[in-house]
Structure formats: C-alpha cells, structure tokens
Design a protein around this ligand. Structure first.
Ligand code: FAD
Ligand code: NAD
Length: 156
C-alpha cells in the first residue's frame, strides 16, 4: 500500500498535539508527537509512539523519566519548533516538575518514569508511569489532515 494513502487515512483521526521532553545529564531534548494515548488507570500509564529515526528514540532509551505536554491552541509555533519545521524566534524556556522538563503554559504536563518499551515496526511504544501532573486552563491545539486547528465548538 502507498504510504500517502495510509497517512491520509490516519490523518482523518483528529488528535491533540503534544511535545515529549526529557533530560539526559543537563541536556534537554523535545519532540512533537501526536501518537499519544492514555493506557491504564491503575497503575496510571500513558504511551507515546516514537519513530526509530527520531533522536528522541535514543534519548528515551537512555533516560529514566520523560514528560508529555499537551499543547494549547496558542502553541502552534512550539509544535512546529519541536517538529523541526520552523525554529522559534526566541529561545525555548522549560519549566521543571520533579526535575523533568515540561513546556510552560501547556494544558497538561504529564511527568512519567519509564515503565516499559515495545519496539513495533519502525516505531517503539514508550510506556510511562505517571508520577506528577500540572494542569492549566485553555483550549487545545488540534491536528487533522496534516493541518493544525482548534475546537470550533464543543458538543455537550
Ligand atoms: P530533532 O529533529 O533534532 O529536534 C526537533 C526540534 O526540536 C528541532 O527543531 C530542535 O532544534 C528542537 N529542540 C530539541 N530539543 C530542544 C531544546 N532543548 N531546546 C530548544 N529546541 C530543541 N514523530 C514521532 O516519532 N511520533 C509522533 O507521534 C509524531 N507526531 C507528530 C505530530 C505532528 C503534528 C508533527 C508535525 C510531527 C510529528 N512527528 C512524530 C514527527 C517529529 O516531531 C519530527 O520528526 C521531529 O523532528 C523528530 O525529532 P527528533 O527527536 O529527531 O529531534
Ligand atoms: P501526515 O499527513 O504525514 O500525517 C497524518 C497522520 O499520518 C499522522 O497524524 C499520523 O497518524 C500518521 N503518520 C504520519 N507519518 C507517520 C509515520 N512516519 N509513522 C506512523 N504514522 C505516521 O502529516 P504531516 O503534516 O505531513 O506530518 C509532518 C511530519 O511529521 C511528517 O514527516 C510525518 O511523517 C511526521 N509525523 C510522524 C508521526 C509518527 O511518527 N507517528 C505522526 C505525525 C506526523
């Protein structure tokens, strides 16, 4: 099957946008990801799917902790920056929770310790056990059909 057909179909599944962050020694690394999922309530587990070609893959293999920041609709430029699509005009600041870097003003910052990893195809699923959470009010950045958006309305 053609890759484009697959991506076009997967792109019909509207997602939020996250940035995965981790720190090795004193070096922070971040990467935009929409392959994020809540996995288990007890224990509290989440997962992200990371391409083997991404630098983040090596970083997560080395690090014991990582965070997933769920971006707000004002943070499209942060998403583009951490996808390597457009460099931020000014430097990127990070907040820290439990010593783990997170994106300031994200709707949620989910801090995890590594729980398990599962190589699958050309990606690895990294499962994290949630050890702390930061929350902010706001509306989410969305990703649909390869384009960013925001919620036009909420159906109750
Ligand atoms: P790089 O490409 O080296 O870094 C990414 C960018 O972050 C660079 O611009 C770098 O300068 C910047 N950066 C990193 N650390 C810092 C720091 N400490 N301070 C300042 N800037 C920093 N890929 C997946 O594997 N899984 C996904 O679920 C996924 N979802 C995506 C969703 C969207 C909406 C988009 C646009 C892309 C997605 N990608 C996903 C692709 C992924 O974001 C890119 O391929 C990314 O460039 C891979 O990052 P990398 O780890 O190889 O690091
Ligand atoms: P796109 O049309 O490539 O993406 C649409 C959807 O296809 C994504 O939401 C994702 O579900 C899926 N997808 C895309 N690339 C994939 C990959 N390599 N592995 C598994 N699923 C993938 O959207 P775009 O704006 O052209 O994307 C920008 C860049 O970000 C592209 O290079 C794309 O490959 C990458 N990306 C990667 C993933 C991922 O690795 N899971 C997810 C989204 C985007």
């Amino acid at each position: 099957m053609d890759d484009r057909l697959f991506r076009n179909a997967m792109g019909r599944f509207t997602t939020g946008v996250t940035v995965i962050t981790t720190k090795i020694d004193d070096e922070v690394h971040g990467m935009t990801a929409n392959a994020f999922m809540s996995v288990s309530l007890n224990p509290k587990l989440i997962t992200v799917s990371v391409d083997h070609k991404a630098q983040m893959h090596e970083k997560l293999r080395e690090s014991e902790r990582f965070a997933v920041s769920i971006l707000s609709e004002e943070q499209q430029n942060i998403s583009k920056h951490f996808a390597g699509q457009k460099q931020a005009e000014k430097g990127i600041d990070f907040d820290f929770i439990e010593g783990v870097p997170v994106i300031p003003d994200a709707l949620a910052a989910i801090v995890c310790k590594g729980y398990s990893s599962h190589p699958i195809g050309d990606h690895t699923l990294y499962v994290g056990e949630v050890i702390d959470i930061g929350l902010k009010e706001g509306d989410p950045l969305t990703f649909f059909a390869g384009k960013y958006g925001s919620l036009a309305k909420q159906i109750i």
